[in-house]
Write a protein that binds this ligand. Structure first.
Ligand SMILES: NC(=O)c1ccc[n+]([C@@H]2O[C@H](COP(=O)([O-])OP(=O)(O)OC[C@H]3O[C@@H](n4cnc5c(N)ncnc54)[C@H](OP(=O)(O)O)[C@@H]3O)[C@@H](O)[C@H]2O)c1
Length: 256
């Protein structure tokens, strides 16, 4: 039976994997929250691996607060770069395949077309820079890895665009949403099914993947879809491109 470790297990993707994994009886999936396994603590990781004998590690641990990363970049780099470096080193020592999740934010968004895995990253905010450094550490340290870049993850779990819109709709009749960025909203359950399915079949063929649901939308269009799907017909969604963000965002976030 293949043994799989999931780090950052109480985040959005981690919770999706917790929902998905029990139907894969041929996998023994062990979930560790940030409190149980801190990826910035190399000794803690070593301790988990020495006992674990893991075939795969799915790294869902990340610092994902894009705005806060501009104010306190050190924390973002500590988790997304140094923490990932720790995991890569330990995975290499224990011959564990590292499945690492990265982001559309490694690109600058200036391309008119969707980005392919051959495009050269050029992040424009601290979150994206810290995630790219994490990717680079993995590629320098080990051979046995797979980096999966995804975009605009949403699900019923945690804080994401979908849960934020539904929460806002409970109190506000008018929702003001930006229409300036284009991306592929991706259901985190679909990503979770892909990862677990590929592990079951030993099917990871490439070093870098782009995984999305590939339906193009702006945040405004996504908000309209959420409101319509939930039949919240008394709510109105309007464009508002005036929100001042600290972090620059790529205007084209589509990854192919
Ligand atoms: N959400 C998106 O739209 C999106 C888009 C593209 C790519 N991604 C990538 O997809 C992956 C999963 O994202 P997500 O939406 O599931 O993020 P999330 O909900 O923010 O989950 C991240 C998890 O990592 C944990 N964590 C933070 N620091 C840690 C540390 N030092 N050690 C161990 N765990 C730590 C967090 O725990 P605490 O809550 O206790 O801090 C949290 O449970 C991330 O790599 C992210 O960069 C996300």
């Amino acid at each position: 039976m293949k043994k799989v470790l999931v780090t950052g297990a109480n985040g959005q993707l981690g919770q999706c994997l917790q929902k998905i994994a029990p139907s894969y009886k041929e996998l023994n999936v062990i979930f560790k929250s940030s409190k149980e396994l801190d990826i910035t603590d190399i000794l803690g990781i070593e301790e988990a691996f020495v006992k674990g004998n893991f075939n795969y590690c799915i790294n869902c641990a990340a610092y994902t607060n894009v705005e806060q990363a501009e104010k306190t970049p050190d924390i973002a780099y500590k988790v997304n770069a140094e923490g990932v470096k720790n995991l890569a080193n330990v995975c290499k020592s224990y011959n564990t395949t590292l499945i690492h999740i990265s982001t559309d934010y490694v690109f600058d968004g200036e391309k008119d077309e969707p980005y392919t895995v051959k495009d050269v990253p050029n992040p424009i905010n601290e979150y994206g820079k810290s995630k790219l450094l994490g990717e680079k550490h993995i590629q320098e340290i080990m051979d046995n890895y797979c980096i999966i870049r995804t975009s605009w993850l949403y699900s019923e779990f945690g804080k994401n665009f979908y849960t934020t819109i539904l929460k806002k709709a409970k109190t506000d009749d008018i929702l003001r949403i930006s229409n300036t960025q284009l991306g592929y909203p991706t259901n985190a359950m679909n990503l979770g099914e892909f990862i677990i399915g590929e592990i079951k079949l030993n099917e990871f063929k490439y070093r870098v993947y782009h995984f999305t649901d590939k339906i193009e939308m702006t945040w405004y269009q996504f908000a309209v879809k959420i409101i319509n799907d939930k039949k919240l017909s008394n709510k109105v969604v309007i464009f508002d491109n005036n929100t001042a963000y600290l972090a620059s965002r790529p205007k084209n976030s589509r990854i192919n």
